[in-house]
Design a protein around this ligand. Structure first.
Ligand SMILES: C[S@@+](CC[C@H](N)C(=O)[O-])C[C@H]1O[C@@H](n2cnc3c(N)ncnc32)[C@H](O)[C@@H]1O
Length: 221
């Protein structure tokens, strides 16, 4: 039998469904009340909750290493990562002016509505946060010997994603997490293509999330 929509109004229905999704995640999470409130407000509770639980697990298992978000746009998720794990170093990589032309196949003007100042403002307290503006992976210079425990790759494009995997994978602490946004998003086919090329022959398996953007998780052996 077909399910009745929660509400026939075009805006209220989807908003109501997202609020409900936020309320139907895990009841007693391993993260704090304050983080939990941000998870529910995020509009993508499954992803944010999975990230917060991964960060708690890293602490529980005493897995050391920095966090990085690659592709941050206005810094909303960076702000969440920093508030959930303020004592871990956080690297924030982006052009801060939209997609780099050399990685695009056509024109794509999304994500140009940002700036370094806006991202700083959204993150707030910048203790332990380092912005790396410019074209990734050129912006990794000096981090060749860094160890990472949590990566969010959210750069949408094939070349950016494969460059991200090439750089971070060998620098992950055992047990560290790589989240890859848009893996199950047919609107960003380059992400799945990059993962399909990168992972064969590696010992790790993937876990897919039923979140808004179709994230993938790889936990390093
Ligand atoms: C989908 S947005 C990131 C959204 C953000 N993670 C969030 O949750 O709000 C993708 C970002 O990737 C950045 N990007 C893609 N390829 C890049 C590259 N090679 N170097 C630097 N930034 C890149 C774009 O500038 C854009 O801001």
């Amino acid at each position: 039998m077909a399910r009745r929509p929660v509400c026939s109004l075009p805006i209220i229905g989807p908003v109501y469904s997202r609020v409900r999704a936020g309320l139907s995640i895990i009841r007693r999470p391993s993260y704090s009340e304050a983080v939990s409130r941000r998870v529910i407000r995020s509009g993508d509770a499954v992803r944010y909750s999975a990230i917060a639980m991964a960060l708690s697990r890293l602490d529980e298992e005493q897995i050391h290493g920095a966090m990085a978000e690659c592709g941050v746009w206005q810094g909303r998720l960076s702000s969440f990562l920093h508030s959930a794990a303020p004592s871990r170093k956080l690297y924030v990589f982006d052009t801060f002016s939209g997609f780099p032309e050399q990685n695009l196949e056509g024109k794509d003007n999304r994500f140009t509505d940002t700036s370094i100042d806006l991202v700083k403002q959204n993150i707030g307290d910048m203790t332990n946060v380092e912005l790396r503006p410019g074209y990734f992976p050129q912006t990794t210079v000096g981090l060749e010997h860094e160890k990472f425990a949590f990566i969010m790759l959210d750069m949408d494009l094939y070349k950016s994603t494969i460059d991200g995997l090439d750089f971070f994978y060998p620098r992950m602490s055992p047990g560290g997490y790589i989240f890859i946004h848009d893996f199950n998003n047919p609107l960003e086919p380059g992400v799945k293509k990059a993962v399909a090329e990168f992972l064969p022959g590696k010992p790790e398996r993937i876990v897919e999330l039923p979140d808004w953007g179709g994230c993938l998780i790889v936990r390093k052996h």
